[in-house]
Ligand binder design. Structure first.
Ligand code: ARG
Length: 464
């Protein structure tokens, strides 16, 4: 493009190298911001008119022109070229082409530096809303599923070794707790996103008598940035957003890891429906949990985006530097990945059949109620350390004899401690073990039902 066609071409004598044009262009990806760019420009134009910087006629022409451009982008009637450089210049150029001089006044009191910060904030504000909806949907699905599987037991693991029996509902609600925190992190992030940067200009503010408060109000921003240098160079809000995405994906990934393990022949705790699994091109018997694997896999790329942005930011001198253009692709891809992952994960969860008998059978194995033997003795007054030792020796004896804790006779128990009574056989059952952990936050059916009731009450309150 010849120098004269560039909005910034005044001081240039020669044209831009083609490869430089392609290398520096962000239009291929920041075109995604066109609706936000136009929304911001409309508010800016209205403010300029209120300040008497645009006439009422100019304002009308600019607003109508921008709306027309938005409509044409919406229906794919407008295309972009590398020479347009970025979405901000593409929109402005098209506006000037359509309405002439009034369009050339739009950029009064504004720089692309504060404009791009505004666009990204408007975009993220909206997308955080979508992500919050996704998290809310998954939280509801988990609470519903916990209600349906309220009494299903399975082995709880530490070190991936059977540890103690737990309720599946308790397990599901553990993930709901994580999502609760994810939700509040995104909400807090949105507060810091929701700040209006226009007026910062290129870096120092503007000498044009604009009214930032009007722009903020028109765009629904409760706050304005308080320092123009900070306003054009700050991407904390984007890094924070990526961190929140990384943590959310980590939670989904861990859940997926369990689902993948549970669907193996070795565990056989669940079956995922045909619609949410895929086959092998070679091995006819295969049914693979690819959806869960991909959610797990995509978590890595979100971590990558977070580190990419932090690295872009770390050595930047104040204030705006073109490096900041590298903020967008990580953010855009994170938004796409997180929204898609939340949606498909929630739907997949509805396609899981829990093989309750298998889970219960596994919960009973591996001496998972050995702790209950120790706690039995504690209740009879034996110091815990001693009780732990006795229970351990009982397990060793069972292993030698090829017996389970339930199959040991009372005499055999008594050989280890005189305080064992007939009810020890009941105490070492899976059901009793789970029921015994009846403490707020514990796995007993009573405690889990209590938590579900709280969740139900909160849901009813927020629905009102
Ligand atoms: N495309 C640029 C970005 O994404 C917009 C701001 C450009 N500003 C500048 N002075 N070159 O950051």
């Amino acid at each position: 493009m010849a120098r004269k066609e560039k909005p910034w071409g005044g001081r240039f004598k020669g044209g831009t190298d083609r490869e430089v044009e392609a290398f520096t262009a962000s239009i291929a990806f920041d075109r995604r911001l066109y609706r936000h760019d136009i929304e911001g420009s409309i508010a800016h134009a209205r403010m300029l008119a209120r300040q008497g910087i645009l006439t009422a006629r100019e304002e009308k022409a600019v607003v109508a022109g921008l709306k027309g451009i938005r409509k044409d982008f919406d229906r794919g009637a407008l295309t972009f070229a590398d020479a347009d450089e970025d979405v901000h210049m593409a929109v402005e150029k098209e506006l000037i082409r359509r309405i002439g001089d009034a369009g050339a006044k739009l950029h009064t009191g504004r720089s692309r530096n504060d404009q791009v910060a505004l666009d990204l904030r408007l975009y993220l504000r909206e997308e955080i809303g979508h992500i919050l909806e996704g998290i809310g949907g998954l939280k509801e699905a988990l609470a519903d599923l916990a209600g349906r599987e309220i009494d299903t037991v399975l082995p709880g693991y530490t070190h991936l070794q059977r540890a103690q029996p737990i309720l599946l509902s308790h397990y599901l609600l553990a993930y709901r707790e994580m999502l609760d925190r994810d939700e509040s992190r995104f909400r807090e992030c949105r507060v810091r996103v929701n700040v209006m940067p226009l007026g910062a200009g290129a870096l120092a503010g503007t000498g044009i008598p604009i009214d930032r408060r009007v722009t903020a109000e028109l765009l629904g921003f409760p706050e304005m940035t308080r320092n123009s240098l900070d306003a054009v160079s700050d991407r904390d809000f984007a890094a924070e957003f990526l961190f929140d995405c990384a943590l959310l994906m980590m939670h989904l990934s861990r859940f997926c890891e369990d689902l993948i393990l549970w669907s193996t022949e070795e565990f056989r705790f669940i079956e995922i429906s045909d619609a949410f699994t895929t086959g092998s091109s070679l091995m006819p018997q295969k049914k693979n949990p690819d959806v869960a694997e991909l959610v797990r896999g995509k978590t890595g790329r979100i971590y990558g985006h977070l580190v990419a942005l932090l690295t872009v930011l770390k050595g930047l001198p104040m204030t705006y530097n073109r490096d900041l253009q590298e903020d967008k692709e990580p953010v855009f891809d994170a938004v796409d990945t997180v929204r898609a992952s939340l949606s498909i994960f929630t739907r997949m969860l509805g396609q899981v059949t829990f093989l309750r008998d298998r889970m219960e059978e596994a919960a009973a194995g591996g001496f998972s109620t050995a702790t209950d033997v120790a706690e039995y003795l504690v209740k009879a007054g034996v110091p815990f350390r001693e009780a732990h030792g006795i229970a351990g020796r009982i397990v060793a004896f069972c292993l030698e004899q090829g017996k389970t804790l339930e199959a040991l006779t009372l005499e055999e128990y008594r050989a280890f401690h005189k305080d064992f009574r007939e009810d020890i056989h009941e105490a070492v059952t899976v059901r009793r073990s789970v029921g015994a952990r009846d403490i707020p936050g514990g796995t007993s059916g009573k405690a889990v039902r209590q938590r579900l009731r709280e969740i139900g009450r909160r849901r009813a309150r927020t629905k009102r």
